[in-house]
Design a protein around this ligand. Sequence first.
Ligand code: GYE
Length: 311
Amino acid sequence: MASVAVFTFAAGAGHAQTIGFSQIGSESGWRAAETTVTMQEAENRGIDLRFSDAQQRQENQIAALRSFIAQGVDAILLAPVVATGWDSVLEEAAEAEIPVVLLDRMVDSDPDLYLTAVGSDLVHEGRVAGEWLVEAVDGADCRVVELQGTTGSSPAIDRKNGFEQGIAGADNIEIVRSQTGDFTRTRGKEVMESFLQAENGGADICALYAHNDDMAVGAIQAIKEAGLNPGQDILVVSIDAVPDIFQALAAGEANATVELTPNMAGPAFDALEAYFADGTMPEKFIQTESRLYTQADDPAGEYEARKDLGY
Ligand code: GYE
C-alpha cells in the first residue's frame, strides 16, 4: 500500500517567540511599509523577528527559508515573489513542523503546506479598477496601456484578470499595450516612455492601468516629460494607496487607486498566537479590505494621514 505523508504542525507550545520573515525586497513604497509595519507588530508583541530581504529573487527566499528551518524558528512568514516553485521548501518546513504563513501574495502549492495566507482579493482589486474606468469614460472610446507587476507573481496575474473582467462588457475600452514594469517606479517610467513613443507620442492613449502605484508614479513622470497632462490627457488608475499616489490625486495627476493595507503581519501574528496557544486552526485565507479612492475622496487629507506610516 502506498504511504501518504501527512504533515501536522506542533501546537500548544505557547507563544511563538522566534519568527523568520522572508520578504521579497523593497520594490515599492507599499512593500517598504509592509516591512516597517511587520517589524513594529513583532516588537509590540515581543517576537524575535529574523528578517531576510530577498532582493526580488526566489532563490534567495528559498535559501532564507532553509536557513530559518535550520535555526529552528517557531514559524515563518513568507511573501512569495512568484507563485510557482515552492513545493520542496514548503515540504521541508512542514517536515520540521514549522508553520508557514503567506503574506500578500499566493503560491500554487498544496494549501496543506502552509498554515494560512493573509492578503487581499487581488482579482477584486483589478475588477474595481476596471469598473472605475468604465464609468469614468462613460461610453467614449478608450485605448488603455497596462503596466503589469512582476511576471509570474500572483498580483500581476490576478490584477490583470480582474481588470479584464471589469471592462469585459465595455466594447469601447481596449487594452492596446501591456508589459511588465516589475512593480518599480524606474521600470514603470521606462516602459511608459516606450508606450508613449509607440502610441503617437501618447496622443492615442486614453488611460493607464498600473498594477501598483509606484509604477503609476513613474509613468506620470514620463507622461509629463512627453508634454501631456497625466490625469487629464491620460487617465491614471492603479492599486496600493501609498502616500505618493494621494499627492498625485490631490494634484490632479492621477485619478483613482485601490487601497491595499500594509498591515498583513497583524492578522498573521494573531493567527499564529491562537494556533500556538491551543492549536486553533485559522481560516486558510484571511482577507484584508480593499477600497477605491478617487480625487473626490480628500486625497490631501489621506496623504497627511499616511505619510508617517513608514511608506
Ligand atoms: O501591490 C506592490 C508590491 O504583493 C500585493 O507587491 C503585493 C504587491 C503590491 O510590490 O506594490
